[in-house]
Design a protein around this ligand. Sequence first.
Ligand SMILES: Cc1cc2nc3c(=O)[nH]c(=O)nc-3n(C[C@H](O)[C@H](O)[C@H](O)COP(=O)(O)OP(=O)(O)OC[C@H]3O[C@@H](n4cnc5c(N)ncnc54)[C@H](O)[C@@H]3O)c2cc1C
Length: 381
Amino acid sequence: MIPRTIFGEEHEIFRKSVGRFVETEIVPNHSKWEKEGKVSREAWLMAGKAGILCCAIPEEYGGMGGDFLHSAIVIEEMARVGASGPAFSLHSDIVAPYILKYGTEELRRRWLPPMATGEVLAAIAMTEPSGGSDLQAMRTTAKREGDEYVINGQKVFITNAQGADILIVACKTDPAAGGKGISLILVEKNREGLSLGRLLDKIGSKAMDTSEVFLENVRVPVTNLIGVENQGFIHLMTELAQERLVQCVRAVANAEAALQWTIDYTTERKAFGKTIAAMQATQFTLAELHAEIMVNRVFIDRCIQLHLEGKFEAIDAAVAKLSSVEMQGRVLDRCLQLFGGWGYMTEMPIARAFADARQSRLAGGAIEVMKHIIGRSIVKR
Ligand SMILES: Cc1cc2nc3c(=O)[nH]c(=O)nc-3n(C[C@H](O)[C@H](O)[C@H](O)COP(=O)(O)OP(=O)(O)OC[C@H]3O[C@@H](n4cnc5c(N)ncnc54)[C@H](O)[C@@H]3O)c2cc1C
């Protein structure tokens, strides 16, 4: 087994405490949240108390002052138990960095500390009913009127929308300029004109709240602008690399867990007078999955390292996502097969993980979009 070398001693201590938190606070409640379609507010507050929210945000803004390795640990420990409900990483590693990097000092001081404690939950709204892959074609607009933006439009598939107190909304501040007219604006949920649609019924990730968001003449001060006006698309593309890396880290850890569940199950389960794991066909499958996971594990660890050094680029993120989430899909499918009929029963973690993981090939950029990014960069025009 190739050892992992990216984590230090202090990270491993942190991993133990995150693991304990996940076992005591997340695992016992997850199926209840799945039935309710959302994670309790209390769980977020407990996560904040345990220091697992916004761990890569500097201490002066209420975070732990850690790095992406701390974030990776939280993502991995959640993925290992199939905890697909709490969107901690979306809140901490996708939304918080926008406020930290592009928000004004006032916005940072106002929102980051309560995000770290779990008192304020955040979401990001890019996708629209007319399409999410082609973000430059978004239709939501923000018209400047004096010291305010007036936002009109509709968003869909927004994770955390029901629970969120703030949303970063991508919209057109210069509709005629296409992708060069997009801006990111922080919108407080309680602004007049903002309303939520249905809590969408998904095939997996049942505890994760995913909703439509409607914006009708929503007025926010221009000081809620995140980053530079009309450069929102560039900000989005810059941050999508970390968003995709989050998905890769989750994919590998989840595949590792699924393989372990399968080894455990097939070592106990018998057919034709021996355990399923004793059959060579099973061992060949397990060996193939082990190899696939290990190759991705080593590669994604290298990507994490490059990300920490500020050298992880959009193309690398596309390669990493294409490879790891496709691998996750194959692994979960083949593991499920080895559980027989039990693999199809939602009471089994493998069944839920199989359904939960399907979104990885869609959300945060469909697999075909990854291929498009890679293809464009390797084929000389
Ligand atoms: C569970 C879940 C959570 C999500 N959370 C969020 C969130 O928090 N915030 C948010 O803004 N969005 C979120 N999304 C939306 C997600 O990012 C979009 O679904 C995704 O970007 C695809 O957009 P679309 O669904 O509109 O598909 P479309 O853009 O309509 O594309 C449909 C399909 O067409 C194909 N396709 C598209 N472009 C190309 C291309 N260039 N080349 C070849 N084939 C192509 C792909 O197969 C793609 O799946 C979430 C989605 C899911 C499923």
